[in-house]
Design a protein around this ligand. Structure first.
Ligand code: AMP
Length: 216
């Protein structure tokens, strides 16, 4: 299964990508996670990405596309992958089409997890994530059993620097201006599947599975 997930920040792309990757035993490739890891390790990539991420802006395509190309060229992507957070611009989508063509692979679907701006703001302003496994929590709607400790791996649960009101607002503007045109892009190519993202994570997962099964 060769899949990508689109949707605004906080739509649940990471949560669903993790489940799908497990179900199909294929890699989950999250550009945001790769950047955060690089920032933590203070690598050259991390230094390039840091200021953009802190401001809620997109890391330039020159940096992002090369990084994804390298990742998709590895052997473990031959049997499938779930892209989470890439592409985020039409230019990235065109680059992805070229990369897959050169690898002789083809996308099966672009799944759009649809969530309103109001819901995004509610979710992101209370979001907490595990620094080890990336599990997502919410201070009000789904807090970890023990404050600050991940239910799944006992890792430390923290608030992402870019989950603050100013940056959330900027990320929504960036999504609407630069990323939402991808919905039409994949619609035109007959690859788009739209899922209501405002139900529970379990219901969203079931709906995605149903859509994918209907395609097989
Ligand atoms: P995410 O974890 O997907 O919410 O991404 C966090 C941040 O990483 C974004 O707000 C961007 O600054 C950056 N980022 C992630 N994916 C991309 C991408 N495909 N293109 C450019 N920047 C990205």
């Amino acid at each position: 299964m060769y899949l990508l997930l689109v949707g605004p920040p906080g739509a649940g792309k990471g949560t669903q990508a993790k489940r799908l990757a497990k179900m199909y035993s294929i890699p989950h490739i999250a550009t945001g996670d790769i950047f955060r890891e690089a920032i933590k390790n203070e690598t050259p990539l991390g230094k390039k990405a840091k200021e953009y991420i802190e401001q809620g802006k997109l890391v330039p395509d020159e940096v992002t596309i090369g990084m994804v190309e390298e990742r998709l060229s590895r052997d473990d992507c031959q049997q499938g992958f779930i892209l989470d957070g890439f592409p985020r611009t039409v230019n990235q989508a065109n680059a992805l089409t070229d990369i897959l063509e050169s690898l002789e692979l083809a996308l099966d679907a672009a799944v759009n997890i649809d969530v309103s701006d109001e819901e995004v703001i509610k979710r992101l302003s209370g979001r907490r994530v595990c620094s080890e496994c990336g599990a997502s929590f919410h201070v009000e709607f789904s807090p970890p059993e023990e404050a600050g400790v991940c239910d799944e791996c006992d890792g430390e649960v923290y608030q992402r620097d870019d989950d603050n009101p100013e940056t959330i607002k900027e990320r929504l503007v960036v999504y609407s201006d630069q990323t939402s045109p991808l919905i039409e892009y994949y619609q035109e190519r007959d690859l788009l599947r739209v899922i209501d993202g405002e139900t529970t994570p379990e219901q969203v997962f079931v709906r995605i599975k149903q859509e994918l099964e209907a395609m097989e």
